[in-house]
Design a protein around this ligand. Structure first.
Ligand code: SF4
Length: 311
């Protein structure tokens, strides 16, 4: 059923400011209600029955009109971020919508935030290929974990998701970011992380963002601490760019690192400025600057996030 534009809930939200995406205007492809093929335990929205297809569908024209209005009201938008109260790739006119957005976006970049459940669908891949950046979630490398944590709709198979992502990565030229949300006791085991690592080494995404619950979840599930996230980041291969994207950063005390310890740490894992500020005391941070000056370490940028690495 196409929804009448007069009765429309809000399609555009923001702008939201962030270091990585600058000024971003959000586009909600399901503003009326949650329409999702997952019902994640950590979802910020109320629990809802999972579905295959949207049953409340906005017209492309309605969404484009809302975007045009948003772009005229807010100047200097860096990103148009396609999202939903639910899963945006379930929107049935996604490819056509992206074509229309590309006609009006000017210098603004486009980004989608998707749970990846439909990434094995050639039509979804074709649509996402037309975006400037793609961010896909992958909380689990095993079906058991996907069923338990993301409570996926019947018929969604993690092996198809993984195969679909590989196929998409092969064709896609823009930055592909993978987001992993870690939930205590559900996907924080060394076994689950090792399976994710094994797969992500094959995928070679631009960056992996790991985070944890930082808003009230739908169910009684618990976040992990920053220390645990840091430990988990160490379990990934050091060639992968893992960024700790959690807002809970300040719950560990900083320590003193010698020059050798800094070099040793960075040889195992590239660290961002935020990680360095959380882990190291002021003197150690000065040592990092010295090492950078002496070119013993270097700064590498991956899609807006800078990592310190051993030279
Ligand atoms: S994929 Fe997103 S919207 Fe859907 S249930 Fe999970 S957290 Fe909620």
């Amino acid at each position: 059923m196409e929804t009448n534009s007069e009765r429309l809930p809000k399609v555009i939200f923001g702008p939201i400011h962030s270091r990585r995406f600058g000024k971003s205007l959000g586009i909600d492809l399901s503003p009326g209600k949650k329409q999702c093929n997952f019902d994640c335990l950590y979802c910020e929205l109320d629990p809802a029955k999972t579905m295959d297809d949207q049953d409340e569908v906005l017209s492309v024209e309605t969404i484009i009109t809302a975007i045009q209005k948003g772009l005229s009201e807010h100047q200097d938008i860096d990103f148009l971020t396609i999202t939903a109260n639910g899963e945006p790739t379930m929107y049935p006119h996604l490819s056509e919508l992206i074509d229309e957005i590309n006609k009006i976006k000017g210098n603004t970049k486009t980004l989608i935030l998707s749970n990846a459940a439909t990434i094995d669908d050639p039509k979804v891949q074709e649509a996402l290929l037309k975006l400037d950046e793609v961010k896909l979630s992958l909380d689990c490398a095993t079906q058991k974990c996907l069923k338990k944590l993301d409570r996926s709709h019947t018929g969604i198979d993690v092996e198809n998701i993984k195969a679909g992502m590989l196929e998409f990565k092969h064709k896609y030229k823009g930055p592909l970011i993978i987001e992993i949300l870690i939930v205590k006791t559900l996907n924080d085991s060394e076994e689950e992380i090792s399976r994710l690592n094994e797969y992500l080494l094959k995928l070679q995404p631009t960056r992996i963002d790991i985070g944890t619950i930082d808003r009230p979840p739908a169910f009684d599930v618990k976040p992990v601490s920053y220390e645990e996230l840091l430990h988990i980041s160490h379990l990934f291969d050091s060639s992968l760019h893992v960024y700790i994207a959690s807002r809970k950063k300040a719950d560990i005390s900083s320590s003193s690192y010698s020059y050798d310890e800094i070099l040793e740490t960075l040889s195992k894992r590239p660290l961002t400025q935020e990680d360095i500020e959380a882990l190291m005391d002021e003197e150690s941070q000065k040592r990092v600057e010295n090492l950078l000056h002496k070119q013993k370490i270097r700064l590498v940028e991956t899609n807006g996030v800078e990592f310190y690495k051993k030279a």
